[in-house]
Design a protein around this ligand. Structure first.
Ligand SMILES: Cc1cc2nc3c(=O)[nH]c(=O)nc-3n(C[C@H](O)[C@H](O)[C@H](O)COP(=O)(O)OP(=O)(O)OC[C@H]3O[C@@H](n4cnc5c(N)ncnc54)[C@H](O)[C@@H]3O)c2cc1C
Ligand code: SF4
Ligand code: SF4
Length: 375
């Protein structure tokens, strides 16, 4: 069984330990954890020996072998893209609500379709207030596009899920980055064995992610480049561009990635998941094809959501080119290898003992596959 500690250990290992990625999984479970401008803080200490905050956190004792058994009924193998049923190219179809999508609008289209069909009753999304990424809970399919577009910052999205669960909502759709979807997957296993637990999640829609940025560190960098303007959208074009593009009401600004990379939280450097492996469906860009998305369908529920969206003309799908699949696998494998090496070097991988807690656990065979040799 995964080792579960309480909020004192979470504060020590993840908050002061520099691993927090601001996902919001510990926020609004209790009155003690809050998020402000993208950062999570613990306002008061709590002496519970085990807490949901620790159990759900994607940077504290995450046991991928155990998650794989629970989600896939099989071992964690360290596959570059995780387990899946099919990969396709996709984009929003003719009947989907129109929006300022990041790519093809696949995320918004599947979410809106599931809400319209009442497959899910509400969806947890991430909107924007100024530069700050903020959680949103929507119930109307037409409101989904209010969250369209990527905010390339760590966001406390899952605090909205915690609040929705507390308010008695069930069958909730969640759109999140891989760390957020990992937290959701852990939460769905009822790690503390609560007798009154029911799985509140109806559909987990994962994004691809290589890194996110610390909002507070990003603020002065953006202000220096574009001044005090209204941010409309952000994009990170594929290599060799080496820039982040910030679209404002006064025009586009380009920020060199050399200025952006130091703003990535350390927790991203031990993140082994590029494609939200614990989601029902995972969605990312297609390199060189801006109006399309990569769509990975992983579960029966994901299959049903995609088929329903296609049937209702909310979604359009096409075959995924083999050469792009190889490039995607290479990128996914590369992220895993970097994360495993960093976690091992820092003593955060498969360590044991109360004084030597791990951030990440995975079976030796998976480590061997990922790194090419046993660490
Ligand atoms: C931090 C981050 C890093 C990413 N890195 C990559 C990458 O390396 N490679 C890649 O292919 N794709 C990456 N993506 C995903 C990509 O930018 C698009 O989100 C994805 O292709 C879906 O496009 P879409 O047109 O379907 O999205 P849309 O239909 O426009 O919907 C976007 C969805 O993203 C959600 N969202 C926006 N910002 C955040 C956030 N900060 N946290 C959680 N959810 C958010 C919104 O709730 C919305 O539902 C990243 C996204 C984020 C947020
Ligand atoms: S990573 Fe998420 S769950 Fe963990 S401490 Fe930070 S905000 Fe809380
Ligand atoms: S790189 Fe990993 S930890 Fe960082 S934001 Fe993306 S999914 Fe979360």
């Amino acid at each position: 069984m995964a080792v579960i500690f309480g909020s004192n250990e979470l504060a020590a290992d993840v908050l002061t330990g520099g691993l927090c990625v601001g996902c919001g999984a510990c926020v609004d479970l209790c009155p003690y954890f809050k998020s402000h401008l993208g950062r999570t803080a613990r306002l008061f200490a709590c002496d519970l020996k085990q807490g949901r905050c620790y159990a759900h956190c994607p940077k504290a004792e995450v046991d991928l072998g155990e998650l794989a058994q629970a989600c896939w009924n099989g071992p964690y193998e360290g596959l570059p893209l995780g387990r899946y049923r099919r990969i396709a190219m996709a984009r929003a179809g003719a009947k989907a609500p129109k929006g300022n999508f990041q790519g093809g609008g696949t995320v918004s289209a599947i979410t809106a379709s599931a809400l319209a069909a009442r497959t899910i009753e509400a969806a947890v999304l991430t909107g924007r207030e100024g530069l700050v990424a903020v959680p949103m809970l929507v119930t109307d399919p037409n409101d989904v596009t209010g969250a369209a577009g990527s905010k390339f910052m760590a966001a406390p999205t899952l605090s909205a899920l915690n609040r929705a669960v507390r308010d008695g909502r069930r069958n909730i759709g969640v759109v999140g980055t891989p760390c957020q979807i990992t937290a959701v997957a852990q939460m769905r296993q009822n790690p503390l064995g609560r007798e009154d637990f029911t799985d509140p999640v109806g559909l987990a829609i994962g994004l691809f992610c290589t890194w996110a940025l610390d909002t507070r560190k990003l603020m002065p960098v953006v202000a220096e480049c574009v001044g005090d303007t209204c941010i409309l959208a952000m994009d990170v074009p594929p290599p060799p561009a080496e820039i982040m593009v910030v679209d404002t009401d006064r025009g586009k600004a380009e920020i060199p990635l050399s200025k952006i990379r130091p703003l990535v939280p350390h927790g991203c450097h031990i993140c082994p998941d590029m494609t939200s492996e614990w989601a029902d469906v995972s969605i990312g860009q297609v390199e060189g094809m801006p109006g399309w998305n990569t769509l990975i369908v992983r579960t029966a529920k994901g299959d049903q959501a995609v088929d329903a969206a296609v049937h209702s003309k909310f979604l359009e799908v096409r075959e995924f080119p083999q050469e792009l699949k190889r490039a995607l696998e290479k990128a996914g494998a590369g992220k895993k290898a970097r994360a495993v090496r960093t976690a091992a070097e820092e003593g955060r991988l498969n360590t044991t003992g109360e004084q030597n807690r791990a951030a990440l656990r995975m079976p030796p065979a998976a480590i061997e596959r990922i790194t090419g040799h046993t660490l």
